[in-house]
Design a protein around this ligand. Structure first.
Ligand SMILES: [Zn+2]
Length: 394
């Protein structure tokens, strides 16, 4: 005889999914991509990374359809928001307690669902239970949670650790692959945008999520250090990029490894625009990032020259430490003077990095060095296409 606990009320469960998809049509594709797996071992409902949704028959029996609809949306939110992928990028020590990670993730999801008027079962987690504000990502909630939270498990598709009820591998019934999952996220984000355009409403949390998914903001520190690292590898002869300048939109090339130290280390000139509208904080942050990366790859001491390009007198001065760079007033800067001065040095640099607000003419020809522009401030105009560009905004 079958265990009565394993008899799943499929009609009720699917009625709840229909209701969820009907009420929030932009989530329909994602909701219908989930495969139901009945399991007496899962406490309520949980997902794995292959978009299989494990369901406790007893939980379905005990929960009204309206709340079950909310739980469907809750579970699919873990997968749309790639919680398991993001959990895997937490520091190892933070990954260990799956329950804390899960509770932080539920905080990220549930504040939006409740603000959206959805009903969730009693005992749900939300930020205010811990005195925390709404509207944050789980990575922000996690360190602010109490050290011990109650056991709460939405499955390996949430916290990323294997769950006892998980079906083995990705080959099981209707397992979704990573590529399909990412396509589904995109499709959902586009459906959200269309919904917002035609109906004018979308919960703020989903709005932020869709924006970030469709137009990710590149972290400037990563982009800048990637560009510097890659140029250093190129200049040391490790990579033949003669015919292929990386596109300006290429994200950080973190994986580039410098060759052995028998190869000559490159010389680098940093030309700082001390005129106009750059903020001290942004300049210091960009300089700090550059000198940090150069130190890491072994380019230091007299191999790095910092030149301050003064706007008013068009003079260039060599400074021995980045702290000596002071910003002047005025505008009308010409960074070509700084670049020329850098290239005229006896120890000619193979990489020139220009920190500027972008209100400057650029050389007419491609110079015989790698030229990276760190553009500071929101309004900086775009340099010619052959200048590698990283936009620094704080
Ligand atoms: Zn959850």
């Amino acid at each position: 005889m079958t265990d009565p606990r394993s008899r799943l009320d499929t009609t009720k469960l699917l009625a709840a999914r229909y209701r969820a998809a009907n009420d929030r049509p932009y989530l329909a594709s994602a909701l219908y991509a989930l495969t139901v797996v009945p399991s007496p071992d899962v406490p309520t409902m949980g997902v794995d990374r292959h978009w299989r949704c494990y369901v406790s028959p007893a939980f379905v029996d005990a929960t009204p359809v309206e709340e079950l609809a909310g739980v469907w949306i809750h579970e699919v939110a873990h997968l749309l928001r790639d919680h398991h992928g993001r959990a895997g990028r937490l520091p190892a020590a933070d990954q260990r307690d799956r329950y804390r990670v899960n509770v932080a993730q539920d905080c990220e999801i549930n504040d939006d669902l409740l603000a959206d008027g959805l009903r969730l079962p009693a005992g749900r987690v939300e930020p205010r239970l811990f005195g925390l504000p709404d509207g944050q990502l789980f990575e922000a909630y996690l360190p602010r949670l109490p050290p011990h939270v109650r056991e709460h498990d939405c499955g390996s598709g949430a916290h990323g650790r294997p769950a006892p009820w998980d079906l083995p591998g990705s080959a099981g019934p209707a397992a979704l692959g990573d590529v399909e999952a990412q396509a589904l996220r995109r499709l959902t984000a586009e459906a959200m945008r269309a919904h917002q355009r035609t109906r004018g409403t979308l919960p703020a949390g989903w709005q932020r999520w869709a924006e970030e998914l469709l137009e990710p903001t590149v972290d400037w520190r990563q982009a800048l250090s990637g560009a510097v690292r890659e140029a250093a590898a190129w200049a040391a002869g490790a990579v033949d990029y003669t015919y292929r300048r990386p596109s300006r939109r290429t994200p950080a090339l973190r994986g580039v490894v410098l060759p052995s130290l028998r190869r000559p280390l490159p010389r680098v000139a940093v030309v700082v625009d001390t005129s106009g509208s750059m903020g001290d904080a942004e300049l210091a942050a960009a300089l700090g990032e550059i000198t940090g990366v150069l130190r890491e790859v072994g380019v230091r001491g007299n191999r790095v020259t910092v030149l301050a390009c003064d706007a008013d007198v068009h003079a260039v001065s060599r400074v021995t430490s980045t702290e000596q760079v002071t910003l002047g007033g005025g505008g009308g800067t010409d960074m070509r003077v700084g670049i020329d001065a850098a290239l005229a040095a006896r120890d000619r640099p193979s990489i020139v990095i220009v920190l500027t607000d972008g209100l400057t003419p650029w050389p007419d020809e491609v110079p015989s060095c790698r030229l990276i522009a760190a553009l500071i401030g929101d309004g900086a105009p775009q340099p010619p296409h052959w200048v590698e560009t990283v936009r620094v905004t704080i």
